[in-house]
Design a protein around this ligand. Structure first.
Ligand code: HEM
Length: 303
């Protein structure tokens, strides 16, 4: 019986940070084989310790570039999972960039100071082994809304059903692991805010105050383009990020099967029906990476 990383399902925390890393110098400048460098890096990152008290603490989730994970632990790598290695070229010139990195650490906790301290200590531990390629801090907005003002997560599975959507089942390579899509979307704030609420609702396919699905939702609405009855169920942990003028949504989606996520992206880009998701006219993806998030038993073996 394998155990998932608990942070995937740890809801309700008010501070988040996503740290993406690249292994330094994998071209063996000091004579060490690149594979050894990957192993040293994996050993360090899997030895991260959270501050532990009964009343505080930090959740963290560690993920690896799927191809890197396959090199490190081939017997626990789900077949066919790939990094975000190519951009997605959608219809009407819409592009989702691939900005794959080697690993991610997602920290979440009750306040930013504890995450800050822990992030600093992770950087110190990884000094000389990896560089911080991207960092994003996130925080909840009006309880459960994203920065479009809509409630985000209505169709998420409950915590009782989420493991079945997010985790590879027992008995397969990668059991209790998950495939994470991490994608930072910048909102076109003034264009979005200039729309009447009714038009915003047609774009989402749901009402704004209470997230009721529209009876006749347009076929290019966001919820029509990502319909889980068609593409399969996933578990989303999206969070707002950014500054007053420059902000958006950190899409954080976990799935037992990469195809569900990649087909949703294709569908949003217009590659499934020829209809592009209307939300993509008001938001632009800046990053895109897939990570394999192994079980804690597999992580422990790397230490
Ligand atoms: C700017 C980026 C995004 C924003 C602001 C956003 C926001 C939303 C909102 C407000 C909903 C409706 C309520 C809910 O069920 O959660 C929703 C639904 C959903 N979104 Fe997104 N989303 C974004 C990107 C994505 C991406 C990249 C994916 C997939 C790769 C995705 C997958 C889904 C799914 C699966 C649903 C539920 C669909 C269903 O009804 O079955 N979203 N999103």
């Amino acid at each position: 019986m394998y155990t998932p990383q608990a942070g995937i399902f740890a809801l309700g925390t008010s501070s988040h940070a996503y740290l993406e890393f690249d292994i330094l110098d994998s071209k063996k400048s000091d004579g060490k084989k690149s594979n050894d460098k990957s192993k040293d890096f994996a050993s360090t990152i899997s030895s991260i310790r959270e501050p532990r008290t009964t009343t505080g603490g930090v959740n963290f989730v560690i993920g690896f570039r799927p191809e890197l994970w396959r090199d490190l632990v081939p017997e626990d790598a789900p077949p066919g999972v790939e990094g975000f290695n190519n951009e997605i070229r959608g219809v009407e010139g819409f592009v989702m960039p691939g900005t794959q990195h080697d690993a991610v650490v997602w920290l979440s906790g009750s306040a930013h100071d504890v995450l800050f301290d822990m992030a600093r200590s992770i950087l110190r531990d990884l000094a000389g082994q990896a560089s911080l390629a991207d960092e994003t801090s996130s925080w909840p907005y009006r309880h459960d809304r994203d920065l479009t003002g809509f409630i985000d997560g209505t169709e998420n599975p409950s915590l009782l059903d989420a493991p079945a959507a997010a985790l590879l089942p027992e008995g397969v390579p990668g059991a209790a692991g998950s495939i994470l899509l991490l994608q930072k979307w910048k909102h076109k704030v003034s264009e979005w805010e200039a729309l009447p609420v009714q038009q915003q609702e047609a774009i989402m396919g749901r009402t704004k105050p209470d997230s009721v699905e529209l009876e006749n939702k347009p076929s290019d609405s966001h919820v029509a383009r990502t319909d889980q009855d068609e593409f399969g169920h996933i578990f989303r942990r999206n969070m707002p990020y950014g500054t007053i003028e420059d902000h958006g949504t950190m899409f954080v989606g976990f799935s037992a099967d990469q195809k569900r996520l990649s087909r949703m992206l294709d569908s949003m880009a217009g590659l499934v029906t020829g209809k592009r998701d209307a939300l993509t006219r008001f938001t632009q993806p800046l990053t895109g990476s897939y990570y394999f998030v192994p079980s804690i038993e597999s992580l422990r073996r790397l230490r």
